[in-house]
Design a protein around this ligand. Structure first.
Ligand code: SF4
Length: 484
């Protein structure tokens, strides 16, 4: 919509409207509190603005592109960066905002903000965006994976959409454009595969969804309520082409477990390798978003085969270790180790780390601390598991338990610094030691191709600063204080 007018304007907070220098993992840095790191540094390092053309964003979050694809068949729609939004608001009737972590209640933000004491940048950017929109006469519809957070503070907007929006979004925006009454909140059911359109413009870093939902059903996880569905191969390839045509360097295949494409809890080797081969015909630069440790441990040959197909010597991937306690695994995530048993969990994790190491898959691993009913034995099991994986190249990110509105544990309490005991501190210390042990090697590989000497040097400076601060802490005293 290059004439500067559109009745619907779509956007997201600046922390999400970024390619994060082409490195998805750096997106975690947007949760950093500004009290710890100067705002300009967080912005430059973790969320530089996406490229724009005539005020229109060239890349946008994947979920926002889906909404854009549905609405653009019926309305004049434009997707813009929030720093450019004001010039579009005079003529806009409705603004749609997609959010991941609008008020900073996501696990990464809560953990960072609790430890460092401050306000997550994600929250600051969302509030600044909403302030701009409020100065204009537009109706506001907010959706996305973090929309549930608005309810925690009764945050006022015209309509909040919780869940997958595809099946409800057209009706809502029609009402909003026509000035009809809007429901304050819509809880959307999972759409059918036919209701999920292919994106029409490029997503951030060429993200392409290959499946939705996760069949493992962990009770603390926000995806548990989503229907598990595979996206048909032709639609995936169409989106790969859309991205490449519109300027992405490659694609990232996204699902909660890419190894489970076309199957439920045990990988179907043929379907997964066919997917990778077909995508490889279109681009040599294929990334993957997430995989499960159980799928890796169950199918080492599949990991090898995929590595061969994509031909990379560094495959960054996110995955969940969550705990070393088989008791907590059985209680809250009994299907996570499948086809193995909860009591095998530690062995599954160690095997998966070994397989990934052999194939140059470098996992960024989450660990949940503060699950309800967690006891000292559970924490000791986690510490033991951290020792067993210490030698494998990986980053381990401990996250405080958050009772997310969309999870089965939504009525439990938030875990915070006030609940930290001696062994929790020991887990934090061990994770930091682990990350410092491997970060130089990982950064060297991961930062290849990162343009800009200043940006690269800033990362090195930040890492050195963190290491110095970490070494200065008297951990015995910290643990002792908590025990006393
Ligand atoms: S395996 Fe991961 S994505 Fe799936 S339910 Fe468990 S935590 Fe969520």
């Amino acid at each position: 919509m290059p004439d500067g007018k559109a009745e619907i304007v779509l956007t997201a907070p600046a922390t999400e409207m970024s390619t994060h220098h082409g490195k998805e993992f750096l997106g975690f840095g947007t949760c950093s509190p500004r009290e710890a790191i100067p705002a300009f540094l967080i912005r430059n390092l973790f969320y530089p603005k996406v490229k724009t053309e005539k005020g229109v964003a060239k890349f946008a979050p994947y979920g926002l592109r889906k909404i854009e694809a549905i609405l653009s068949d019926h309305f004049d729609v434009v997707t813009v960066h929030p720093y450019d939004i004001e010039s579009w608001l005079t003529d806009a009737k409705v603004v749609g905002v997609s959010v991941m972590d609008p008020l900073g209640y996501g696990p990464v933000s809560v953990t960072f903000a609790s430890i460092v004491q401050g306000t997550p940048t994600t929250r600051v950017e969302f509030l600044e965006l909403m302030e701009k929109i409020r100065n204009h006469d537009c109706r506001v519809i907010v959706g996305g994976a973090g929309a549930w957070q608005l309810e925690l503070e009764n945050f006022e907007v015209d309509c909040v959409v919780i869940g997958e929006a595809e099946s409800v979004v057209l009706d809502l925006f029609k009402k909003a454009v026509n000035g009809d009454e809007l429901p304050k909140k819509v809880v959307a059911k999972s759409p059918s595969i036919d209701e999920i359109p292919a994106i029409k413009n490029a997503s951030i870093n060429g993200l392409v969804e290959i499946a939705r939902g996760c069949g493992r059903g962990c009770r603390f996880c926000s995806t548990t309520g989503l229907k598990r569905q595979d996206i048909p191969l032709d639609k995936i390839l169409e989106e790969v082409k859309v991205n490449l045509k519109n300027g992405t360097d490659g694609v990232i295949l996204h699902s909660e477990d890419v190894l489970l494409y076309g199957s439920r809890l045990v990988p179907d080797e043929e379907k997964v390798t066919k997917l990778f081969r077909k995508v490889r015909e279109l681009t040599a630069n294929i990334g993957i978003s997430h995989c499960s440790l159980a799928s890796v441990a169950a199918n080492p040959e599949l990991v090898e085969e995929i590595t061969e197909i994509i031909g990379a010597d560094f495959v960054g991937v996110q995955t969940g270790m969550e705990t070393g306690s088989s008791r907590l695994i059985a209680k809250y995530m009994h299907a996570k180790p499948y086809p193995f048993q909860p009591e095998d969990w530690k062995e599954v994790v160690v095997q998966a780390f070994e397989i990934m190491e052999e194939n140059d898959w470098i996992p960024a691993v989450t660990l949940v601390i503060g699950l309800p009913d967690e006891n000292e034995d559970d924490l000791a099991e986690t510490l033991d598991l951290l020792d067993r994986v210490a030698k494998y190249r990986s980053l381990i990110v401990p996250l405080f338990f958050i009772p997310m509105e969309t999870s089965a544990l939504r009525h439990e309490r938030f875990f915070g610094m006030e609940h930290m005991r001696s062994l929790h501190y020991e887990i934090l210390r061990k994770c930091a030691e682990h990350n410092l042990r491997h970060v130089d090697w990982i950064m060297k590989k991961y930062m290849r191709g990162l343009k800009g000497v200043i940006v690269r040097n800033s990362y090195l400076a930040l890492k050195k600063w963190f290491e110095r601060r970490f070494r200065e802490i008297d951990w015995k005293e910290v643990r002792g204080i908590r025990e006393g």
